[in-house]
Design a protein around this ligand. Structure first.
Ligand code: MN3
Length: 199
């Protein structure tokens, strides 16, 4: 069973004005689709063809670099669409809020540290909130790597991620990654992040 491009649960324009419709459409139909296509091509006919994405991530160091790049791309974007919502933003409910207070001092300090991780990721990559055991940590990865990969510096289950590749923001924000990241908080789907934390 080949991997498929997931449908979004909202329209491309639904995250306006925080993330513009044109960026969403190109990001989903071109960038994400390319990761899916290239992942399927890289796996075709091999022993990893029918494995789960999670299993592939955990063994990525043994696999061709095309699997690392495109498998990561498929996983990361699938999650990215789900941790955003037109009804997002605001504060998380108490369960997640309590955990963020505990590990980062306050919700504002969590947002500062996550934004700093995203701002200081040189070039292309992602910033993450990950669950490792009972603990929450902030990290970032280059390219399409993620914390599920055996090559990751900080490993864990990602529960929130933000794409800081220029293709995620350049049309609207050009080089102003800081403005894109400030707008991102207005669309974070905290209910989805909380569900992930409880898995
Ligand atoms: Mn992207």
């Amino acid at each position: 069973m080949a991997f498929e491009l997931p449908k979004l649960e909202y329209d491309y324009a639904a995250l306006e004005p925080n993330i513009d419709a044109r960026t969403m459409e190109i990001h989903h139909t071109k960038h994400h689709q390319a990761y899916v296509t290239n992942l399927n091509n890289a796996l075709a006919g091999g022993t990893w063809e029918n494995k789960s994405l999670e299993e592939i991530m955990a063994n990525v160091s043994k696999l061709p670099v095309a699997v690392r790049n495109n498998g990561g791309g498929h996983f990361n974007h699938t999650m990215f669409w789900q941790v955003m919502s037109p009804k997002g933003g605001g504060n998380p409910a108490s369960e997640l809020l309590d955990a963020l207070n505990r590990y980062f001092g306050s919700f504002d300090k969590f947002k500062e540290q996550f934004t700093a991780a995203a701002m200081t990721r040189f070039g292309s990559g992602w910033a993450w909130l990950v669950k490792t055991g009972d603990e929450l940590k902030i990290t970032s990865t280059p390219n399409q790597d993620n914390p599920l990969m055996d090559v990751a510096e900080v490993k864990g289950m990602p529960i929130l991620g933000v794409d800081v590749w220029e293709h995620a923001y350049y049309l609207k924000y050009q080089n102003r990654r800081n403005e894109y990241l400030a707008a991102f908080w207005n669309v974070v789907n905290w209910d989805n992040v909380t569900r992930r934390m409880k898995l």
